[in-house]
Design a protein around this ligand. Structure first.
Ligand code: ADP
Length: 471
């Protein structure tokens, strides 16, 4: 099957979070299953890789015809189409510009408009999050009269329902969709233009990135105002767990870590811990539990309960190494804890190699998310024999099993209540388990046993594409 995979990020060309990881690895896994998958993404100013120019194509939007260049390169076996329209994309960041509405309406349309220039017609377009979701609305309305577009199936994956792409009516007018789509049954959402809603309404199939999150988003507590719509679309909604790229995340081959190791040589993992302690200027004590955190520093990731819990967590005699960037309201208290010099170290930056060293060098990985569509951090840490401590929500609930409730299948520690006290309790339980050493090595081995590669999930996507084609 031929699939055009559209996303605003794809590792290593551009990555802000988990979406970049998925776009960098799922197409690769689908190729391995024999599908002709190609990626479409904007060419940001930061993408400096050599490209081949495939000519230009018109994008008619905002009342004018714009000339966009089409460039291509390969990520391994996967061809990438880069939409090279400098006025909107030649910038240093992926998101967070005042004209993001125009930028990603343009991208959504360009995903379809580039096909004649590429001279390649997919069976399915696979859209990801709100940034490409508008393509679904164009495909099923303005483009539906054209046979070569009408036969394309459309899948939308929701990587995070919180981010919907909400803009004013002016963005709708600029996008140039048919007037009748400005309707609660279409792209309108309480007087605003909602890109993600457009994708949910018009795509043939919608999925999210874990089975539990697919259920949760149909409830008011997790629905961000779209739960009613999602319930009404339940028949075309499913959950497919994200995998991780086993070429990037493999402790036996990871050139970013000081000491490579595997399930059968777990004793070597200790060298990574000692190196991380040294790097973070912490006492190099193997018996002190080291907790790693690699995360966006936002409400979603549980910082409202983590920050008040930190003093008690540190009183348990642990070391914490945190890597993340995000909101100032959380970063400031984290800096203050770090300045206190009591075993809490915070790197408030984005640093891919350091993330690898933290996954490899920590005993535990903490992820107390308020909600979590899938979560890659806990999957990576399982692969590195670093025991996850997580809240039971979304993909965390689908990947981590508490070892105290299931000593055979258990691979981590899980808590339920979104409260600082519950978080301290679970960390205490985890630390006590670590200190007794009984069962520690088999817990690590159990963590590393779980298959988190893309193989199974890529097959599930291939099935979803088939469904999308048959309408
Ligand atoms: P989300 O997509 O919601 O941010 P995920 O857990 O799905 O969360 O994916 C986050 C990805 O980004 C992981 O690969 C994680 O290692 C990486 N990451 C997050 N923050 C940083 C950072 N500051 N430096 C390096 N990598 C980071």
């Amino acid at each position: 099957m031929k699939i055009l995979f559209a996303a605003a990020e794809a590792y290593p060309l551009a990555k802000v979070g988990g979406l970049g990881d998925v776009a960098g690895s799922l197409p690769k896994a689908l190729r391995e299953l024999g599908h002709d998958v190609r990626i479409a993404m904007p060419r940001y100013g930061t993408i400096r890789e050599a490209t081949k120019e495939l000519g230009s194509f018109p994008v008619s939007i905002g009342g004018a015809d714009h000339d966009s260049k089409l460039r291509t390169l390969r990520l391994g076996e996967v061809p990438v189409y880069l939409v090279d329209f400098a006025p909107l994309f030649d910038r240093t960041k992926v998101y967070e510009y005042p004209d993001d509405g125009q930028r990603f309406a343009f991208f959504g349309k360009a995903v379809l408009d580039l096909l004649p220039a590429a001279d390649w017609w997919p069976d399915v377009v696979h859209l990801n999050d709100w940034h490409s979701a508008l393509a679904a609305a164009y495909l099923k309305t303005s483009y539906a009269a054209q046979e070569r577009y009408r036969r394309i199936g459309c899948v939308l994956t929701i990587h995070n329902l919180q981010h919907q792409g909400l803009f004013g009516r002016d963005v709708f007018d600029w996008a140039g969709l048919p007037a009748e789509t400005w309707d609660p049954e279409g792209v309108e959402f309480y007087g605003k233009m909602n890109f993600l809603k457009a994708g949910i309404v018009y795509a043939d199939r919608v999925n999210t990135v874990s089975p539990t999150y697919a259920k949760e988003i149909q409830t008011e507590a997790f629905g961000f105002g779209l739960d009613g719509l999602l319930r009404s679309r339940a028949a075309k909604l499913s959950g497919i767990l994200n995998g991780i790229d086993y070429d990037v995340w493999n402790p036996a081959r990871d050139s970013n870590i000081p000491q490579k190791y595997s399930k059968s040589s777990l004793e070597k993992k200790g060298k990574n811990k000692a190196a991380l302690q040294k790097e973070a200027d912490l006492p190099a004590l193997s018996k002190v539990p080291l907790i790693g955190i690699v995360s966006r520093v936002t409400e979603q990731k549980g910082f409202d309960i983590l920050i008040p819990a930190i003093p008690e967590i540190m009183n348990l005699g642990v070391q914490v190494v945190l890597l993340g960037t995000g909101e100032a309201v959380y970063q400031e208290p984290l800096e203050a804890f770090a300045a206190a010099g009591k075993g809490f170290v915070a790197y408030l930056k984005y640093d891919e190699p350091l993330a690898h060293r933290i996954y490899a060098g920590s005993d535990f990985f903490l992820m107390p998310s308020k909600f979590e569509p899938c979560g890659l951090g806990q999957e990576i840490s399982l692969r590195y024999g670093t025991i996850p401590i997580v809240r039971e929500t979304g993909g965390l609930a689908d990947t981590v099993v508490d070892v105290t409730t299931d000593s055979k299948e258990g691979n981590g520690f899980v808590f339920q209540e979104y409260k600082a006290g519950a978080l301290v309790d679970v960390v205490r339980r985890a630390v006590e388990f670590f200190r007794t050493r009984r069962g520690w090595r088999s817990l690590q081995q159990q963590a590393m046993t779980r298959d988190l590669s893309w193989r199974a999930s890529a097959k599930a996507y291939a099935d979803l594409y088939k469904e999308a084609r048959s309408g």
